[in-house]
Design a binder for this molecule. Structure first.
Ligand code: PMP
Length: 289
């Protein structure tokens, strides 16, 4: 596998960062996860815009333009002959001292990894997933805005551990007010009486690119979408629930904290949006439809 690192495409074994990189020392940096579908990088521009905005918010100057980064991302995908896969684009603060001061880090590092991905087994997509409410509160949005996709994912990792401890793969995270924020690595939607609800970014949710596409696809179907605070009770009595994310795509949730969602199978709106998302991403219909 070839990894892009600071201007060079290197073999995996040669692609290394310093132990003094503040990305490693402090989680100081930003990243994106991007899909490649049928040989096309999916929503590359939207991901790059989000990356540059995350970087700007933490005063991290990415040492290349968005267009240059777009080109080298394509180059890395081609060098690894990926036609369906996943790109991890990372910008770290770079090499500094053992102190926090980011201004002592002279040059951010840009790393691009292009690989394969299967987040959840296929069975989960057919039968749906079980989730739990995490005991780990989502970090306060006024503390670290969720729009900054930073390298510091400890908050989400703690929630993931909560999920695994409970024998499920995903945990729902709630904010300081007790309202739903998002899942540990995905956005969350609920459906009630034909209306879709999803938490606003102010509630502590990342402005997910899959989320935005799903909102658009739902609206095209005439399905109303409302961004609003969602309490745990609303989750327990919803008709359908699903998660969205670059890696997860659209996946139905069939159980929340031991309460069965709907009839225990991914609901019709979830299935429809999953299909529409597939068509949009691949530019064609799913093989089995
Ligand atoms: N929330 C979090 C915390 C995430 O890490 C992700 C995945 N990047 C998402 C939501 C979903 O965002 P997107 O659809 O842009 O991948």
């Amino acid at each position: 596998m070839k990894i892009w690192i600071d201007g060079q495409l290197l073999d995996e074994a040669q692609a290394k960062v310093s132990v003094f990189d503040h990305g490693l020392l402090y989680g100081d940096g930003v990243f994106e996860g991007i899909r490649v579908y049928s040989g096309r990088i999916f929503e590359l521009r939207a991901h790059l815009v989000r990356l540059y905005e995350s970087a700007k918010a933490i005063r991290l100057d990415i040492p290349m333009t968005l267009e240059e980064l777009s080109e080298v991302t394509e180059k890395t995908v081609n060098a690894n002959e990926i036609s369906d896969g996943y790109i991890r684009l990372i910008v770290t603060r770079g090499v500094g001292t053992l102190g926090l001061d980011p201004f002592l880090c002279k040059k951010p590092s840009v790393i691009i990894i292009a690989d394969k991905i299967q987040l959840y087994p296929e069975e989960f997509y057919e039968k749906g997933m079980k989730v739990i409410s995490s005991a780990t509160m989502r970090i306060h949005p006024m503390s670290l805005p969720p729009q900054i996709k930073s390298l510091n994912y400890l908050n989400n990792i703690c929630a993931t551990m909560d999920a695994i401890e409970h024998g499920v793969q995903e945990a729902l995270m709630f904010n300081h007010l007790g309202y739903l924020a998002e899942a540990s690595g995905d956005n969350v939607f609920v459906v009630k009486n034909g209306i879709l609800y999803t938490p606003p970014t102010e509630a502590g949710a990342l402005n997910g690119i899959t989320r935005s596409i799903v909102i658009e696809l739902a609206k095209q179907q005439g399905l109303p979408v409302i961004e609003k605070d969602i309490a745990r009770f609303e989750l327990y009595v919803c008709d359908e629930c699903f998660l969205t994310g670059t890696a997860a795509e659209v996946i139905g949730v069939v159980e929340i904290d031991g309460r069965v969602v709907g009839n225990g199978k991914p609901g019709p709106i979830t299935a429809k949006l999953r299909k529409l998302f597939y068509e949009y991403a691949h530019g064609r219909k799913p093989e089995n439809s």
